[in-house]
Ligand binder design. Structure first.
Ligand code: ADP
Ligand code: 5GP
Length: 246
């Protein structure tokens, strides 16, 4: 049986990696594609686990050899998904999850419209800043320029939400994890007829509420806070942390 391809994108710091690692602990039969990147390892990241770290020269060679399903330049570094990840997951009949940016997601959707795409949003800019800062502190390096770069890209990335089938607002972690799990289970149910036992109707309900078309009420305040809807311009965005956030 061919596996399902899941694409997940989010502005950096929204909590996508956290959500994905929680869901992987709960669900079997889903593989995570380890991307290639030219960015240096961060914190405790290990080659082959979070990313395959490589040089720009090697990345360019792989590009020229057509080894990537998609690739993009993000925050000044290259990131790409090896075709091999997809081939191996397919051969094993497993689902595959790609954690990729909005440019890469658009490339994959263009060639594989059957892919299930999920966009994760932080509740507002202030929370996003706090999460990015906390992560940097936990990794022992706070690079203000890099932090600012990631924050200022957030609104531009969020503008792409319309291309995604599902929307998750990652406010309370447990709730967002349950929603992501429900999306995976619901898609397995719809596509493969996989049984989801007695919890079925609840799972389908949770997943349906996350469909972009049904998520407008939860989405509106987030879009307003990021200056995508309403009168907030990007220059006026409130990324300031409260003094008591520390
Ligand atoms: P991303 O992969 O989207 O860049 P991460 O998963 O690295 O983001 O999360 C950024 C930071 O936010 C991490 O320190 C993580 O522990 C924290 N975080 C993630 N989700 C939540 C949440 N729902 N509530 C509070 N903190 C969160
Ligand atoms: P980070 O440096 O925080 O790990 O990731 C930065 C951005 O690159 C995130 O938006 C992440 O989803 C994206 N990314 C990671 N791997 C890939 C990939 O293989 N392809 C593309 N297009 N983006 C990726």
């Amino acid at each position: 049986m061919a596996g399902i391809l899941f694409i997940i994108s989010a502005p950096s710091g929204s909590g996508k990696s956290t959500l994905v690692s929680e869901v992987r602990k709960q669900l079997s039969g889903i593989e995570f594609s380890v991307s290639w990147t030219t960015r240096p390892p961060r914190g405790s990241e290990q080659h082959g686990r979070e990313y395959n770290f490589t040089t720009r020269e090697e990345f360019q060679r792989m590009c020229a050899a057509g080894e990537f399903l998609e690739y993009a330049e993000v925050f000044g570094n290259y990131y790409g998904t090896a075709r091999r990840s997809l081939e191996e997951a397919r051969a094993a009949g497993h689902d595959l999850l790609l954690d990729i940016d909005v440019q890469g997601a658009a490339q994959v959707r263009a060639t594989m419209p059957e892919a299930v795409s999920i966009f994760v949003l932080p509740p507002n800019p202030k929370v996003l800043r706090t999460r990015l800062r906390n992560r940097s502190r936990a990794e022992g390096v706070v690079n203000e320029a890099e932090l600012y770069r990631r924050l200022s890209e957030a609104s531009r990335e969020i503008e792409n939400y319309r291309g995604y089938g599902y929307i998750l607002v990652n406010d309370v972690l447990d709730k967002a994890v349950a929603q992501l799990e429900a999306i995976v289970q619901a898609e397995r149910f719809y596509r493969n007829g996989e049984a989801i036992a007695y919890r079925a109707s609840r799972v389908l309900e949770v997943a349906a509420a996350c469909r972009q078309t049904n998520a407008q009420d939860r989405l509106r305040p987030v879009l307003e806070a990021f200056g995508i809807l309403g009168s907030n311009s990007q220059q006026q965005l409130n990324f300031e942390e409260d003094p008591d956030d520390d």
